[in-house]
Design a protein around this ligand. Structure first.
Ligand code: FES
Length: 173
């Protein structure tokens, strides 16, 4: 068996490098702000639109949006980190969802999460440096009879044991 690429334990990428925005980004973000009625009270919607546009929420975009609507970066950052729907890192080519709902929790989802962290070198909500994988926890994927389970992209793996994970991850280039 060939060693999976993940055995190199890539470290997580971070989106915290700030850089000046180019005019296209400002134009796009201005358009997003203008499209939301009462954006000061629709901050979640604002962040959703920015994420839809760029795939994740960049620090510099949140700063620009915060200035545009007269709030603080900390305010938007707090919302972005509170709700699981928001990504602060560029998504990987493959997205792993680990179910941590009650059914999966009692069947060992915590061990799966730890093993994935160990193999890939990333924590929840992070992306591997090679952009191969990103990972999140989710609540009940609706197949509790297969607990514990994980999803990778659109594929579901049920009754997963930590020892299965390297083999599963190998399938995703
Ligand atoms: S708790 Fe995991 S699928 Fe329901």
């Amino acid at each position: 068996m060939t060693m999976p690429e993940t055995a190199t334990r890539p470290t997580a990428t971070r989106s915290t490098t700030t850089r000046p925005l180019v005019w296209e980004e400002k134009w796009t973000l201005d358009k997003i702000v203008a499209s939301v009625e009462d954006p000061q009270h629709q901050k979640i919607r604002l962040l959703q639109l920015a994420q839809n546009e760029y795939g994740f929420l960049r620090d510099e975009h949140m700063r620009y949006l915060a200035d545009s609507i007269g709030t603080s970066y900390t305010d938007l950052y707090g919302i972005a980190t509170f709700y699981a729907q928001f990504n602060l890192h560029p998504p990987g080519r493959h997205h792993i969802s680990v179910c941590v709902g009650t059914g999966c929790h009692v069947k060992g989802s915590k061990g799966l999460m730890q093993k994935i962290q160990e193999i890939l070198g990333i924590k929840e909500n992070e992306t591997t440096r090679d952009h191969r994988f990103s990972m999140k926890s989710v609540r009940c994927l609706g197949c509790c009879g297969l607990a514990p389970l994980i999803n990778i992209d659109k594929e579901t793996f049920g009754r997963v044991k930590p020892t299965h994970l390297e083999g599963i991850l190998e399938k995703f280039e």
